[in-house]
Design a protein around this ligand. Structure first.
Ligand code: FAD
Length: 430
C-alpha cells in the first residue's frame, strides 16, 4: 500500500493536441508541468496510474544536500530556494521545513567517508559541518548509541511527499495544465525526423515536444525506441509511527536506520543499511556497470527472487503501439513491504534512541527506485529523437531536487535559459 495523497481533480478528456506532452505524473513531471503552465505553454501530463502513485508518494521526504555529488549540488541549492517559494506559488504549505539533516558514523571508516564528502564540497557554502559524539548528544538528546561522529547540514530539511506532488499538480491545473490519470503512453509519433505526438492507450495526442519523466519505467519505454538508459530497480521498505514524543526535529540517518519527523507528529523510519533487491532481468543485463557502487556499499543489498522478479519477467520489452503496453499491465508499482527490514530498523533505532522503543506503527509501505550507474539523474535531450527530453533516473534522491529538476527539464524542453548547467545530467555520459 502507498500512503494516501491529497486527491487531484484530473481531466477526464484526452486533448487532441498540446504543445508539450509529459509522460509520467510523478513529482518531476508535475513540477515541469507547473513551470510550463506558469509560462503559458500548453502542457498535458499523461499518467498510466495515479498522480504520484509510485516513488513520489512513497519516499522518505528528505530534502538534502548532504552526501550529494558536488556536480549535483547546484540543482539541490536551486531546489531549496524553490521549495521555500512553493507555498506562494501553490497557495499551500507542503511541509517543507529546513530542520537539518544529520548522518551518523559508528566506525572511523564511516566517519572518514563523511569527511571526504565534506572536503569535496568545501567552498560551496552549504554550512555543513562535522559533529563529535557530545554535539550529537546535545542536538538529539536521549541517545544510548556510541558514535564516532557525524556530519550535519542545518539548511537541509524535509517536505511531505503525500502533499507535495498533488499540491504541485493542483497548481499546474489551475494555471491551465491538463493532467490525465489512467492513461499509459505506448510510444511516440514522429514526422520529418522529430517528435510530433504520443500514442496513448486512449488515442493520439499531437504535440511539438515530449518530456519523459517515467521514473522506473523510462528504461523500458526507451528500450522499445532503441535507446539504452541504464537504470536498475531497488526497493526500500518504510513505515510511519503514530504521533509521539521524539528526540528531535532534525532528520537523522544512522548506518542501519533513519528517522525524520512527519507533519502528523509521528516519524517516518527505514532500515538505511539494507535495500531489497528482487532480481530482475536488468540486473543480469547491466548489473556489471554497478560493481563500483556495490564495492562501496558492501552488505547493503538483500538480493531476493520474489513476486516482483516474476512479474517483471512476464512484462514485454518490445511492443507495438496498437497493442497494450507494459504500462497498462502495471498501473501502479506497489512492491511488497519487507516486514523484517522494518523490524530491524525499529530495533536498531530503539537501541540508539530508546524513546522509539514504544513507537506504534501506523502504516508501512515499500517503493521501488530507479538507480543509474553514477546515482545521478538524466535530464536532457535524447539526441536520437529530436523533440524528446528526459528527466529520469533520480536514484533515490529525486524528491528533494524535484522542483528544480522539473524547472530544468521545462527549460530544456522549450529552449529557455537553463536553471543550472545541465552538463552533469547528459544521457551521453553513460
Ligand atoms: C522508499 C523511497 C524512499 C525515498 N526517499 C527519498 C528521500 O528521502 N529524498 C529524496 O530526495 N528522494 C527519495 N526517494 C526518491 C524519490 O522518491 C524519487 O527520486 C522521485 O520521486 C522521482 O520522481 P519521478 O517523478 O521521477 O518518478 P515517479 O514518482 O516514479 O513517477 C513516474 C511516473 O511515471 C508514470 N509512468 C511511467 N511510464 C509511463 C507511461 N509510459 N505512460 C504513462 N505514465 C507513465 C508512472 O506511473 C509514475 O507515476 C525515495 C524513493 C523511494 C522509493
Amino acid at each position: 500500500m502507498a500512503p494516501k495523497i491529497a486527491p487531484v481533480e484530473a481531466s477526464a478528456e484526452l486533448p487532441a493536441q498540446t504543445e508539450v506532452a509529459v509522460i509520467g505524473g510523478g513529482i518531476v513531471g508535475l513540477a515541469a508541468a507547473l513551470v510550463l503552465a506558469e509560462r503559458g505553454i500548453p502542457v498535458t501530463v499523461l499518467e498510466k496510474g495515479r498522480i504520484a502513485g509510485e516513488q513520489s508518494s512513497r519516499n522518505l521526504g528528505w530534502v538534502r544536500k548532504t552526501s550529494r555529488a558536488p556536480a549535483d549540488l547546484p540543482l539541490a541549492l536551486a531546489a531549496d530556494r524553490l521549495w521555500a517559494e512553493l507555498p506562494a506559488r501553490t497557495g499551500r504549505d507542503v511541509g517543507y521545513r529546513q530542520a537539518g539533516i544529520m548522518f551518523l558514523a559508528r566506525s572511523e571508516a564511516e566517519l572518514q567517508a563523511h569527511e571526504t564528502w565534506l572536503g569535496s564540497v568545501n567552498g560551496l557554502g552549504l554550512g555543513s559541518r562535522m559533529l563529535g559524539a557530545a554535539e550529537i548528544g546535545a542536538l538529539v538528546p536521549g541517545g544510548a548509541g556510541s558514535w564516532a561522529g557525524g556530519v550535519f547540514t542545518p539548511s537541509d530539511g524535509r517536505a511531505e511527499p503525500t502533499l507535495a506532488a498533488s499540491t504541485i499538480a493542483a497548481a499546474a491545473i489551475a494555471k491551465g495544465a491538463k493532467i490525465i490519470e489512467g492513461c499509459a503512453v505506448r510510444g511516440l509519433q514522429t514526422s520529418g525526423g522529430r517528435v510530433s505526438g504520443v500514442v496513448t492507450e486512449r488515442g493520439e495526442v499531437t504535440c511539438n515536444a515530449v518530456l519523459l519523466a517515467g521514473g522506473l519505467w523510462s528504461r523500458r519505454f526507451l528500450g522499445n525506441l532503441g535507446i539504452a538508459l541504464p537504470a536498475l530497480p531497488l526497493t526500500c521498505s518504510v513505515f510511519r509511527t503514530a504521533s509521539m514524543e521524539g528526540p528531535t526535529d532534525i532528520a537523522v540517518g544512522g548506518p542501519d536506520f533513519s528517522f525524520r519527523k512527519h507533519a502528523d507528529g509521528g516519524y517516518v523510519i527505514t532500515q538505511r543499511g539494507a535495500l531489497s533487491c528482487p532480481l530482475v532481468a536488468d540486473h543480469l543485463l547491466i548489473g556489471m556497470r554497478y560493481l563500483h557502487l556495490l564495492r562501496d556499499q558492501r552488505g547493503l543489498l538483500r538480493i531476493t527472487v520474489n513476486r516482483q522478479s516474476l512479474d517483471d519477467l512476464r512484462l514485454k520489452r518490445r511492443w507495438r503501439q496498437d497493442r497494450p503496453s507494459p504500462f497498462e499491465t502495471v498501473r501502479v508499482m506497489d512492491p511488497p513491504t519487507i516486514p523484517t527490514l522494518n523490524e530491524e530498523a525499529l530495533a536498531n533505532l530503539s537501541a540508539a534512541w530508546p524513546a522509539f522503543a514504544g513507537a506504534r506503527i501506523e502504516e508501512a509501505w515499500a517503493g521501488t527506485m530507479d538507480i543509474t550507474p553514477d546515482s545521478n539523474p538524466v535530464i536532457g535531450p535524447a539526441a536520437r529523437i529530436p523533440g524528446l527530453t528526459l528527466a529520469t533516473g533520480f536514484s533515490g534522491h529525486g524528491f528533494g531536487t524535484a522542483p528544480a529538476a522539473g524547472q530544468l527539464a521545462a527549460d530544456l524542453v522549450t529552449g529557455a535559459p537553463p536553471l543550472v548547467d545541465p552538463a552533469p545530467y547528459r544521457l551521453e555520459r553513460f
